[in-house]
Design a protein around this ligand. Structure first.
Ligand SMILES: [Fe+2]
Length: 344
C-alpha cells in the first residue's frame, strides 16, 4: 500500500487524518514540523505528502519547494484553513497535486489521497519502464559494439590471411603489407582521423598489393633490376587488385585505395596519373607508408636502404609527391614517438 506522510503542527489533526487513512489501508507516518518531515522523507519511501501550510516555523510551501527540487515524483497535497488565491497559485506552480481546505472531511481526504497515490503509482511504473528501456538500449548498444569489433577483427584476419598468401608467392617482401597496414594505422591515429577510418586504413594497408598475386613469380622475385616490359607488368598490380576488390562491398573505400596507392600528388604516379585532391587522404597515407616500409626493407634486387633514406625521400618530396601532413605525421612517429616496424 502507498506510504503517506502527514505534516501538521496540531496533534489532533495528525491523529485524526492518520486514523482515516490507516482504516483505508494506507501506511501512515506523521511529523509536527517541516524539519522532522524532511528527516522522515530521507529515511522512508513516501508516495504522498499531506501537509499543513501555516505552521509555527517553516511553512508547508517551504516543504513543497524542497520536494520540488529533491523528489518531484512525490505527490503533495496541501491543507489550510485560510486559503488565498496567491497561496494556491504558488502551490500549483511548484507542482502541488491537490488542495484541501480545513476542516478536512474523511471522504474528501480519501478521494484526494487515492487520486494522488494512483497518480504516483503511474509515475513509478513510467519510471520503471524508462529504466528498463534504458537498460535494454544500453545492452543493445553493447551488443552492437561487441559484434562490430568481432566483425572488424574477422575482416582484419581475412586481410592478414590474404597478405600471407601473397607472402608465400613473394617471400622476399614477406610482411610488407602487414607492416604498411600498421604504419598507415599509426599515421591515421597521429592525424587524429576517426577510429573507423583508422581501422579501414589498417585493412587497406594489409592488402594494398593484393594484385601482385597475378604477376608472374619470375618477375615478382627477380633479383636484378626489371626491364621496361617487366616493370610495365608489375605496374598492373593496382588495377588487378582494384578489379578483384570492387566486387566485394566493404565499409571502407579499399578498392579505390588499392587502385591509387602508386599515384603521386604531382601526377607522376600510376596507373592513372591522378593529381592532388583526386587522391583521397587514406590513399596518400598508404602511399607514404608503402614507400617508407619498402625502402627500409631488403628487396630481391637490393639491400635495405635504411629508415633514414626513407625519411629523407619523403621529406625531400613532401608537397611534390607526398601529402605534407602525412609526411609530417610519419616523421613524428619515427623521430619523436619511437615508432618501429618491429611491433608487428
Ligand atoms: Fe604496390
Amino acid at each position: 500500500m502507498p506510504n503517506i506522510l502527514i505534516i501538521d503542527d496540531e496533534k489532533s489533526i495528525r491523529v485524526t487524518l492518520s486514523e482515516f487513512l490507516k482504516k483505508d489501508g494506507y501506511h501512515v507516518i506523521t511529523a509536527e514540523n517541516v524539519q522532522m518531515a524532511k528527516h522522515l522523507l530521507n529515511e522512508n519511501t513516501i508516495d504522498v505528502v499531506l501537509s499543513d501550510i501555516i505552521m509555527p516555523k517553516d511553512s508547508g510551501i517551504t516543504l513543497l519547494k524542497y520536494l520540488h527540487e529533491t523528489s518531484p515524483d512525490i505527490r503533495f497535497i496541501m491543507m489550510t484553513g485560510e486559503p488565498t488565491i496567491d497561496t494556491a497559485v504558488e502551490a500549483i506552480r511548484l507542482g502541488a497535486h491537490d488542495y484541501l481546505t480545513k476542516p478536512v472531511y474523511r471522504n474528501e481526504l480519501l478521494k484526494a489521497v487515492r487520486h494522488a497515490a494512483n497518480f504516483k503509482q503511474l509515475i513509478d511504473e513510467k519510471r520503471k519502464l524508462e529504466q528498463q528501456n534504458l537498460e535494454q538500449r544500453e545492452n543493445l548498444e553493447r551488443l552492437v559494439e561487441e559484434r562490430t569489433y568481432k566483425l572488424h577483427q574477422a575482416m582484419l584476419n581475412t586481410a592478414y590471411a590474404t597478405a600471407a598468401m601473397l607472402d608465400l608467392r613473394d617471400p622476399y617482401t614477406a610482411g610488407h603489407q602487414k607492416r604498411v597496414g600498421s604504419l598507415a594505422k599509426a599515421i591515421g591515429k597521429e592525424l587524429k582521423l576517426p577510429e573507423d577510418t583508422v581501422e579501414g586504413l589498417h585493412i587497406a594497408g594489409c592488402i594494398h598489393d593484393i594484385g601482385k598475386i597475378a604477376i608472374p613469380f619470375e618477375i615478382l622475385t627477380k633479383p636484378v633490376q626489371l626491364s621496361q616490359n617487366e616493370y610495365a607488368i608489375i605496374k598492373e598490380h593496382p588495377k588487378i587488385g582494384y578489379d578483384v576488390l570492387l566486387s566485394y562491398e566493404m565499409p571502407w573505400p579499399i578498392a579505390e585505395i588499392v587502385y591509387h596507392h602508386h599515384e603521386r600528388l604531382d601526377g607522376s604516379g600510376y596507373p592513372q596519373g591522378l593529381k592532388g585532391d583526386q587522391i583521397r587522404l587514406e590513399t596518400r597515407i598508404i602511399s607514404v607508408s608503402d614507400v617508407v616500409e619498402a625502402m627500409s626493407s631488403h628487396r630481391p634486387y637490393r639491400a635495405s636502404l635504411g629508415l633514414q633514406s626513407a625519411i629523407d625521400e619523403i621529406s625531400l618530396n613532401k608537397n611534390k609527391l607526398y601529402d605534407p601532413a602525412v609526411v609530417d605525421a610519419c616523421i613524428t612517429l619515427f623521430n619523436k614517438k619511437n615508432y618501429t616496424f618491429n611491433e608487428d
